[in-house]
Ligand binder design. Structure first.
Ligand code: OOG
Ligand code: MG
Length: 261
């Protein structure tokens, strides 16, 4: 780590205000060029502590930049991890208020809900054995950084652009499903805007959970039973505006949707 605890706390305050006020800011490395990835995660951890102290509930975690399509789109080449807060969950089919967001984009994802604690080095098979169900999801990301441009340190500090998440469809136990082969179709206003298969995420969506559990272990933590894990966008993220509606259809898992107003 390059930054002091007091600078980390200041940066957490800047991110928190930007999220709360839907006001864009410049990337954190502009003022702190030596900020490193560990500093980014320290800012994120500080935010998560504050949010929980404010009574907000941690419902799970997200992997980001886990597909080639997302890495190429954002010009970055490492997966990143963030936290999901319960109050940012939008019911399937419900409306997102655009005035609370800066320049949102949507991602079609495959989500996991775990049935057992996972910790340390786990295999894909162990993740699947500890999965209660998988289900289709839409993540609404909203970078707090100007023009949705950032480096890896800054996006980690910004909780990996997390803004809202929607889960729905027909949750299924993973037994008997080959998650690599599940077709995913994303539509905006009925028009096709992205297609992929589950394998777009690190070769297997559960590999994103494996990487998440490893990252948590590095921070001395485990993934609790009952966690929701968003495994990452399978295609490029797509910008949305007021009046839009978005649908993600995942083979065998049904459909999830959200509107913007
Ligand atoms: C970072 C978050 C990426 C995903 O699913 O790849 C992410 C970003 O692109 O703003 O959530
Ligand atoms: Mg995402």
């Amino acid at each position: 780590m390059a930054l002091s605890a007091s600078v980390i706390a200041d940066l957490a305050g800047i991110i928190d205000d930007a999220q709360h006020n839907a006001a864009e800011i410049v990337k954190l490395t502009d003022a702190h060029p030596d900020m490193d990835v560990a500093d980014g995660y320290a800012v994120q951890a500080e935010l998560c502590r504050k949010w929980q102290a404010d009574g907000r509930r941690l419902t799970g975690y997200k992997g980001g930049l886990t597909s080639k399509a997302k890495m190429v789109q954002m010009g970055l080449d490492t997966p990143v991890f963030g936290v999901l807060m319960g109050d940012t969950c939008v019911p399937d089919g419900d409306v997102v208020d655009m005035t609370q967001l800066i320049h949102p984009k949507v991602e079609a994802e495959i989500a996991f809900v775990t049935s057992r604690e996972l910790s340390g080095d786990v295999s894909i098979d162990e993740v699947l054995a500890a999965t209660e169900f998988v289900l289709p999801a839409i993540e609404v990301i909203d970078s707090r950084f100007k023009d949705f441009k950032f480096d890896v340190q800054s996006v980690i500090a910004d909780n990996t652009s997390a803004a809202r998440y929607v889960v729905g469809g027909s949750p299924r136990r993973p037994a008997g499903l080959d998650l690599r082969l599940l077709g995913v179709v994303m539509e905006r206003n009925g028009e096709l805007v992205g297609t992929a298969a589950g394998a777009a995420v690190m070769g297997h969506p559960a590999a994103s959970v494996v990487a998440l559990v490893k990252w948590l272990a590095g921070a001395g933590q485990a993934l609790p039973a009952g966690s929701l894990v968003m495994t990452g966008g399978v295609t490029e993220a797509v910008a949305v505006h007021a009046g839009d509606h978005v649908t993600a259809r995942v083979q065998n898992l049904g459909t999830v949707g959200v509107r913007f107003a």
